[in-house]
Write a protein that binds this ligand. Structure first.
Ligand SMILES: NC(=O)C1=CN([C@@H]2O[C@H](COP(=O)(O)OP(=O)(O)OC[C@H]3O[C@@H](n4cnc5c(N)ncnc54)[C@H](OP(=O)(O)O)[C@@H]3O)[C@@H](O)[C@H]2O)[C@@H](O)CC1
Ligand SMILES: [K+]
Length: 496
């Protein structure tokens, strides 16, 4: 699903109005109706007191229509505030204001400098500013938004929280309505996926307002949200008469005396993700633990590697590797197979810059934010970080898996795939080691690096989601392992 800019959304809006054809005011009615459908699922109690705060553009126009539609659905305790901080109002706002005057809903208009009454409603619907935002909030707008945030109400934004830029840089000091829910039209906005939006958005819901999808899908965009349908397309169901040789041999070079657990987790993840064979190159003191936790995994001593490289279909290096730089250097010199570089191996790369120049094309690096900045310099915003990731992926022909609540997979052609799965219960040590094992496993199974990255990130998050949905408030990395086949199994069921 491509993610489009606010400007492209306006194009899709215009195109739909011309070709559907549908009058602009009717499109606003349709959008407001879909908002109301989701709102009623979230807040079904018709006695909920609701304040709809409207600007005088189209976001405000939506707010006016939403107030009227909610009232028609039996929500009786509704009030509307209109922020008259600009001389202009959009045509569809004016038309909806006329319609609202035919209802009993009380409307209060506020002008610059006016005092704002205490908000006592249970829910505030934020329809002040939407995707038309073109500067940070100041003056009366800022004061009103602060006032809304200080109320004890639940806050639900129409399309996007007021003050949040839909795309591009989110400045550190950007102030927005802090929403509990955003009901967004047609597509999530790119900024929803950046950690800077954490305060502005607790959760978001996307509604189809009937813009022309075939037109939207043709719009050029380097950003895509991975969907279940993408995973179905990429994943190959296992066929009869296949055997362990069909599914490749993965090698994990990992672990040190104090960080053997990282090696075990990544080896386990390779095993459970379906590699035909998994070998572990770990220090010998980890052997007993390896044989106890994953007897299926074979041992490959570091001394055997020079003769053994050709046996493997993919190599992953890094989890718990410690300071064993020599192994990384050997790996970069001799491995002609798909390669994943993670964790300590990334830190070694950051320290030994000549090694950076030896990264093979199409290798996958999986930094979290701090590792990324150690490699490529400090970044103040995620937008800047993502721009650097795209430049680096392109210049070095590598794939960067930039880990985050929504992991960004950045490919050498500058494309960014955003992974939607995963949840905060998974935020603990070791989950990254599991991801490395999964990536190596899918590479060994002959998926392309891009496919392996998309599959691994999606299924890693999906395995955690299965457990979170079963009620686990915390998902330790080790519990992910046995749930990887369950997440894959869901695909099998859908395929059959
Ligand atoms: N796309 C679609 O298909 C559909 C979209 N729909 C809805 O339309 C919404 C977009 O509406 P919109 O373009 O009228 O802009 P909106 O966000 O209401 O802002 C109004 C004006 O505010 C101003 N302004 C900007 N920043 C400011 C600031 N910091 N402080 C103060 N003022 C500021 C700026 O005007 P300016 O000051 O530049 O003259 C801007 O033009 C969208 O989010 C969705 O809800 C649906 O109805 C149906 C289908
Ligand atoms: K809004």
């Amino acid at each position: 699903m491509n993610i489009i800019t606010a400007a492209q959304t306006r194009d899709a809006d215009r195109h739909t109005i011309e070709t559907d054809p549908i009058a602009s005011i009717d499109l606003m009615e349709r959008a407001s109706g879909t908002f109301v459908t989701v709102f009623m699922q979230l807040y079904p109690d018709r006695n909920t007191s609701i304040l709809v705060c409207c600007g005088t553009g189209n976001n405000g126009g939506d707010g006016l229509a939403i107030a009227r539609l909610l009232q028609a659905h039996g929500y009786d305790e509704i009030a509307v505030w209109i922020a008259r901080f600009s001389d202009r109002e959009s045509d569809d706002f004016s038309a909806n204001l006329a319609r609202l005057h035919n209802t009993p809903i009380p409307i209060t208009e506020f002008f610059p400098g006016d005092e704002l009454p205490v908000i006592h409603q249970a829910v505030v619907i934020d329809a002040l500013l939407g995707s038309g935002l073109n500067k940070p909030l100041t003056g009366d707008w800022l004061r009103l938004v602060q006032h809304i945030n200080e109320a004890a109400s639940r806050r639900v934004a129409v399309d996007i929280p007021t003050g949040l830029p839909p795309d591009g840089i989110i400045p550190e000091a950007q102030y927005t309505v802090y929403t509990h829910d955003v009901i967004s039209f047609q597509r999530p906005k790119l900024s929803f996926f950046f950690p800077e939006s954490a305060k502005a958005i607790e959760r978001f819901h996307v509604v189809d307002i009937g813009l022309d999808e075939s037109f939207i899908e043709r719009l050029p965009s380097d950003f895509s949200l991975i969907t279940a349908a993408d995973i179905q397309r990429i994943y190959h169901k296992r066929k009869p008469f296949t055997h362990k040789g069909t599914y490749g041999h993965a090698l994990l070079i990992a672990g040190d005396s104090r960080t053997m657990g990282a090696a075990l987790l990544s080896c386990g993840a390779s095993l459970y993700s379906g590699a035909g064979l998994t070998s572990a190159c770990i220090p010998p003191e980890g052997l007993v633990a390896l044989n106890t936790s994953h007897p299926e995994v074979m041992y490959c001593p570091a001394a055997d590697l020079p003769e053994a490289w050709d046996k493997f279909d993919a190599v992953g290096i890094g989890p718990g590797l410690g300071q064993r730089e020599k192994l990384l250097a050997e790996c970069l010199t001799y491995v002609a197979k798909p390669l994943v570089i993670d964790a300590d191996a990334i830190n070694l790369l950051a320290r030994a810059s000549p090694l950076m120049g030896r990264l093979p094309g199409q290798c996958i690096l999986t930094p979290h934010m701090k590792e990324f900045d150690r490699l490529f310099g400090t970044h103040r915003t995620w937008w800047d970080r993502l721009c650097t990731a795209r430049e680096q992926a392109e210049a070095r022909h590598i794939i960067l898996v930039l880990k985050n609540r929504y992991t960004f997979i950045v490919t050498p052609d500058g494309k960014v795939y955003i992974n939607p799965t995963g949840n905060p219960a998974m935020a603990s040590g070791g989950t990254g080691d599991v991801l490395t094992g999964m990536l190596t496993s899918f590479l060994a199974q002959h998926y392309t690096p891009e496919e392996a990255a998309i599959l691994a990130c999606y299924l890693h998050g999906a395995a955690g989601d299965l457990l979170a949905n079963e009620g686990m408030a915390v998902v330790p990395a080790g519990r992910l392992l046995e749930n990887i086949p369950r997440a894959i199994g869901t695909l099998n069921q859908q395929n059959s």
